[in-house]
Write a protein of this length. Structure first.
Length: 436
């Protein structure tokens, strides 16, 4: 039987764990362990003795655990079989990672769904050689950077999705602005992943998110960027969306050959001179409406917002876009006297009733006071949105995560996990009782 005289590391760089090819050893064999390395002896599938850096002579004094198994004699040369593993404990700080598929996320600021991708790098060090070899390496002949990335891909992709989604919801940050928070996100990611890697004897030294990118060909992103660019243009020039719609209305009216040309001359002159654009436009449109009304012998109405003359029964104002019916309803609501639902005292804008001290809980539609746990308004019948079970925030319809605390508001069956659209007493899927 050939007995190895000297054992040393002959693996290639960037290897975290390397197995010495021969298993035929003997007492007095020289074991050489380089700096930033550890050598671990295996016998019968069990990790036994660990050797730090330096030169070691294999004898009964420095391999006590192996000696108990093979009963090495004192003195003389005795052959035995064992596996020698080298573990590199140097710092590896440039391991790259990335999301292979896009992450679907709802922008909390603009409420559109977009696809994002992320990439970066992380650094590790093998902290516990035995645990690393037993739990992760197993019977593989070597373990390198590629194996690390493959083994933990599912972990960091899941954590990236969770951290980015919860972060933008809690902070109410647009995905177009998320790259300004890469440092904070990287710190949160490291806190989430580090305990998982520690279970395998790996210390996570660093975790960085280098980029969170949005595909340029995404239709939702294109529309959102166009809208933001249009808004910036309006802010620079100094007009708003309603004024732009008014310009469009005027242009359409000018092109209509059935109308007289005289009222529009004043509009063109006012715009060309750059003086009183809004006033000229409003006045000219009023004259147009008056001319049309007088020609057709129809009664005129007045817009409650810009006071432009318009046809009787017209729903929207052609100048400012005001919804006439909605404005009338708002005026009616303002005239309604708000009373405390507990004692009937009149509420004049106070947060608490001046008579009984009850907190004012206004209906979002009519403003009347409601009970704290009411699901609909007793005055107008408006259905009140449900509240978050964790922080009490009033939630909009269709929302799945609370914008205040980030917790899921979708109710699921605790037994089978089916999503419950309503609040039944029993699960429609498995029959589990849902009563508290």
């Amino acid at each position: 039987m050939a007995i190895v005289e000297v054992i040393k590391y002959n693996g290639v760089p960037n290897i975290f764990a390397w197995k010495y090819p021969s298993e035929e050893l003997g007492t007095w064999t020289q074991l050489i362990v380089n700096e930033s390395q550890e050598a671990v002896l295996f016998k019968g599938g069990r990790a036994l003795d660990v050797f730090p850096s330096g030169r070691h002579t294999l004898d009964t004094e420095n391999i006590p655990l192996l000696n108990k198994i093979v009963n090495l004699p004192f003195g003389g040369r005795s052959p035995f079989t064992a596996e020698v593993w080298y573990v590199n404990k140097l710092f590896k700080l440039d391991i790259k990672w990335g999301t292979a598929s896009a992450i679907q996320i709802q922008d909390p600021k603009y409420e559109v769904f977009v696809s994002i991708r992320s990439n970066g790098m992380f650094g590790i060090q093998i902290e516990d050689s035995k645990k690393f070899l037993v739990k992760l390496v197993g019977t593989m002949p070597a373990f390198d950077e590629r194996n690390i990335v493959n083994y933990f891909r599912g972990l960091y992709i899941t954590k990236v999705k969770d951290v980015i989604s919860s972060y933008v919801i809690k902070k109410k940050i647009s995905v177009l602005e998320i790259n300004a928070y890469l440092d904070e996100l990287s710190f949160f990611m490291k806190e989430r992943i580090e305990p998982e890697m520690t279970e395998y004897g790996i210390k996570l030294e660093s975790f960085y998110i280098n980029e969170i990118s949005i595909p340029e060909d995404d239709p939702a992103v294109k529309k959102l960027k166009e809208a933001l660019a249009k808004k910036a243009e309006m802010n620079i020039i100094g007009y708003n969306y309603q004024q732009e719609r008014s310009f469009d209305t005027m242009e359409s009216a000018v092109k209509n050959e059935s109308m007289g040309a005289m009222p529009f001359m004043g509009v063109g002159m006012g715009i060309g001179m750059g003086v009183g654009v809004g006033g000229a436009m409003s006045g000219s449109m009023s004259n147009i409406a008056e001319g049309m009304s007088f020609d057709n012998k129809e009664k005129l109405a007045e817009c409650p917002k810009c006071h432009t003359k318009m046809k009787q029964g017209q729903r929207y104002c052609g100048v400012c876009g005001c919804d006439i019916e909605e404005s009338i309803e708002e005026e009616k609501i303002k005239k309604v006297i708000i009373k405390c639902i507990n004692c009937g005292a009149e509420n004049k804008g106070a947060k608490f009733c001046v008579e009984c001290g009850k907190k004012y809980n206004p209906c979002p539609k009519c403003g009347q006071d409601m009970e704290e746990a009411a699901i609909s308004c007793g005055s107008c019948g408006y259905e009140v949105s449900k509240k978050c079970l964790h922080c009490g925030t009033v939630l909009q319809k269709g929302i799945k995560f609370c914008p205040e605390c980030g917790n899921s508001v979708v109710k699921k069956c605790p037994r089978c996990g089916v999503i419950l659209e309503e609040e039944p007493k029993f699960c429609p899927e498995c029959g589990e009782s849902l009563q508290v």
